[in-house]
Design a binder for this molecule. Sequence first.
Ligand SMILES: C[S@@+](CC[C@H](N)C(=O)[O-])C[C@H]1O[C@@H](n2cnc3c(N)ncnc32)[C@H](O)[C@@H]1O
Length: 312
Amino acid sequence: MTEKELILTTVKQCRRVDLYIDPLPLTPEQQFHLKEIHSRRQQGEPIQYILGSCEFLGIPLRVDSRVLVPRPETELLVETAVNLIREFKKTPARVLDLGTGSGNIAISLAKMVDSIDVTAVDISAEALALAKENAGDNGVLSKIKFVESDLFMNLKNHLLKNQLFDIIVSNPPYILTSQISELPSDVQHEPLLALDGGADGLKFYRRILAEAPAFLKAGGKIVWEIGDNQAESICELILRNRKLCHCEPEGRSNPNNMDCGSTLLTILSLSKDFVAPLGLLAMTNNQFFEITDCIKDLNGKERILILEKIDG
Ligand SMILES: C[S@@+](CC[C@H](N)C(=O)[O-])C[C@H]1O[C@@H](n2cnc3c(N)ncnc32)[C@H](O)[C@@H]1O
């Protein structure tokens, strides 16, 4: 639907088709409602906040200024995760959603996969309250645990019970702090917490790389949404995070010598067996990550990265 159609179907409480087959004039109340919507829109408020809802993978969600408006690119993250879960063939699949916001990722996974146990984390209590409402509205509350936490901070009980995750999914904040004031005005209405990825936009990828190994099973995956043109920087980050040198291939003992950026796309198009010898690894206490895939969005931009945890 176009934005105009979206507004009119909301104001007239009708279906899209009714706008064309039965175009009744607006009542005075509807005219007042329409004016109100236009004036909020003129202030730059996102249309989804004004209408109070949006759709993600065909699933209706409530949204307001407590959460980021789910983006179409993130649907690709969910589709990727669903394919990985089906490959695992393990039931129930144990999935961690870091930075759940409106709950769009957790809820769509819970609706698309029958046997799944999702833990949805956010640092914002306000976002979690809305995510819970959305899970209830969509009938999947029993499949999702909501945890208020700064990333993994409050998940220590999972470790105590040895309840490791099969997959960690995350669409973390990835905008550079310095670029936030230049964003379009509707984006500036969204919570800063959902946008700000730190000075280089990579703060959350760095933290997740360092903290995730303890929470993931061997062979477990991380599925990340990444920002425009971040694939090469994240590749460099993974290289720099490599701590032990025994995985270093001959003649490449200094990671800084690797021409990582320019070779990333070639590396990612190679088979998994070839990626590891090239040293595309992040290592923490003999546990490290290997990039196994990079998926482009409909605009041809690298958007989803898949990492696999290897226990060395
Ligand atoms: C880019 S939004 C993604 C929201 C939603 N998952 C989506 O895909 O639309 C990032 C989310 O991470 C949350 N967040 C920010 N810092 C966090 C932290 N330290 N720990 C956990 N969640 C955090 C924000 O509150 C926000 O909801």
